[in-house]
Design a protein around this ligand. Structure first.
Ligand code: NDP
Length: 512
């Protein structure tokens, strides 16, 4: 059983996939898998529409995004139902992640893209400043392929799409096969907002469709997903010599210092580990707590996890596991941990009271670094706690991983905690908060080690959807070029004297 299954189709017809609800296991729909031909056609439409879209003023492009924002506000309940049907996540999480965060991103970039992408004057140094003027202009790359995962099916499709569009690119979006109709919300909102035909395109499908997009005539791929697929995308982009951003998996550590406020830290551990059923790229996956406060911390965490309501109706805190493949990984990691000596304090198994795909909110301890639950991304509703001697040991263990997405440190001394956070080999880090950098659009976001390549969000992310083209203008109408040839011994001597002056004298070094 999976949440998405192949259907039999007539010979020559497009393949079809069936979708099943993780909440009820009932069939909820089907869709056709776009072929490589379909992808090619979508990219061609995007290519054709791109020059006119790029020629629009920022304010005009922003108008479409702002209109789509109003549609999202009006239709949020309808959209939330689509997300809940495909993912089974907690309703409040759908509102926070798939509506609130989307509105914030749409408004942030539509309001600020012009300022971030306006041409910049470069201040030149030394003798160059006497000879040349320079500026940088930000030109859209062209057609951007966006490939998105199932855990944040709207926001993770929308965030790169909005940035690419505001920068003047056109987009072909390929959402996950697990959540195709949630991903399609992004297309639907923009289409209803009247965005010109060909500017925003979508291809529904599976991995083959994603692979076809990486091989099509696109100018950049913005990929969010697993390390294994990220590697394939990077290889396809290398083959074509096009840039890509890879936002990949994580295994975020949390460090609880001796002087942490344990009530707050316990709450942070529970939110960080259970939010979005643990299917959160920056979810807290390993908690290192200093031994002297470990018992008190564990008690508080267990107490909080006991209060968690898991369900499929009404108000609840922890939703379903979004699909069977993830359930298999979670269960395998639990079995491996227990076999190697871990102790389950609460939860640890499927929730037998619910019909759908539910794993009980779990607290597990006595963990070691040879366990899969510590080495691999688990992506489940599990609070995994390890005792450490002191903060230095916590830091060493936090860095003992092939991942490097986020991290968080908890202490009453935020300066000390920040200093510790700076020493973690992660793309970003938070102090006294779960890792929520992705929700701060000003902050460049991206992974180190196997957690990714490149950064998204903020100025860095938005400019990544452009080619930064420097324009250098000669201050003297190009007259110096007349002096270039012939090369003579006298000119070589003059050059040597100039070098001695610029870098061999105090005044020269100051001026240069
Ligand atoms: P996958 O890598 O399995 O899939 C991601 C996307 O790539 C999907 O749309 C998938 O299509 C598509 N795809 C599959 N095969 C290929 C291929 N050969 N070429 C191109 N595209 C392909 O990831 P998941 O969907 O399982 O997402 C969960 C992962 O995403 C976790 O590791 C999580 O940590 C990570 N993630 C990272 C984030 C970050 O910002 N760093 C944010 C959120 C999630 P299909 O699903 O249809 O097969």
């Amino acid at each position: 059983m999976a949440m998405v299954r192949p259907m039999s189709t007539l010979p020559g017809a497009r393949r079809k996939l069936e979708l099943f609800s993780p909440q009820t296991l009932a069939r909820i729909g089907e869709f056709e898998v776009a072929t490589a031909q379909d992808v090619k056609a979508a990219v061609e439409a995007a290519r054709k529409a791109q020059p006119a879209w790029a020629a629009l003023p920022f304010a005009k492009r922003a108008e479409y995004i702002q209109r789509a924002m109003q549609i999202l506000l009006q239709k949020q309940d309808e959209y939330i139902e689509i997300v809940l049907r495909e993912t089974g996540k907690a309703r409040s999480e759908a509102i926070m992640m798939e509506v609130y965060a989307c509105l914030d991103v749409m408004h942030y970039y539509s309001k600020r893209a012009e300022k971030i992408l306006k041409p910049r004057k470069l201040k030149l140094h030394g003798v160059m400043s006497l000879l040349k003027k320079a500026s940088v202009i930000y030109k859209p790359r062209g057609v951007v392929g966006v490939i998105s995962p199932w855990n944040g099916p709207v926001i993770l499709a929308l965030n790169p799409t909005i940035q690419a569009l505001m920068a003047g690119n056109t987009v072909v979006l390929k959402p996950s096969e697990v959540t195709p109709f949630s991903g399609k919300i992004v297309y639907d909102m923009l289409a209803e907002a009247g965005i010109p035909s060909g500017v925003m395109n979508i291809v529904l499908g599976d991995g083959e469709t994603g692979a076809a997009l990486t091989k099509a005539d696109v100018d950049k791929i913005a990929f969010t997903g697993s390390v294994a697929t990220g590697r394939k995308v990077a290889m396809a982009c290398a083959e074509k010599l096009i840039p890509c951003t890879l936002e990949l998996g994580g295994k975020d550590p949390m460090i609880v210092c001796e002087d942490a406020d344990l009530d707050i830290a316990a709450a942070g551990a529970v939110v960080g580990s259970l939010m979005n059923t643990g299917h959160y790229c920056c979810g807290t996956e390993r908690i290192y707590v200093v031994d002297s406060v470990a018992d008190a911390f564990l008690e508080k965490v267990v107490e909080r996890v006991k209060q968690m309501r898991q369900g499929d109706q009404g108000e609840y805190d922890v939703g379903a596991v979004f699909w069977e493949k993830q359930m298999d990984i979670i269960e395998a990691h639990m079995v491996d941990a227990v076999k190697k000596g871990a102790k389950v304090l609460i939860g640890g198994k499927r929730n037998a009271k619910l019909k759908g795909l539910y794993f009980e909110p779990t607290v597990i301890t006595d963990l070691t670094h040879d366990m899969d639950i510590i080495r691999e991304e688990t992506f489940g509703p599990i609070v995994a706690i390890l005792r450490v001697k002191d903060e230095e040991e916590a830091l060493r263990m936090a860095n003992d991983t092939r991942f490097g997405l986020g991290a968080n440190v908890w202490s009453r001394d935020s300066e000390k905690a920040s200093a510790l956070a700076c020493r973690i080999d992660s793309g970003s880090a938070c102090v006294n908060d779960m890792t929520m950098t992705f929700g701060v659009p000003e902050a460049p976001f991206g992974g180190r080690k196997e957690s990714g390549v490149g950064q998204v969000n903020g100025e860095t992310g938005l400019r990544g959807y452009c080619h930064a083209q420097p324009i250098i203008v000669d201050r003297h109408g190009g007259k110096m070029i007349l002096q270039h040839y012939p090369y003579t011994a006298k000119k070589d001597e003059d050059m040597k004297k100039a070098m001695q002056f610029f870098w061999g004298t105090t005044f020269g070094r100051w001026f240069s």
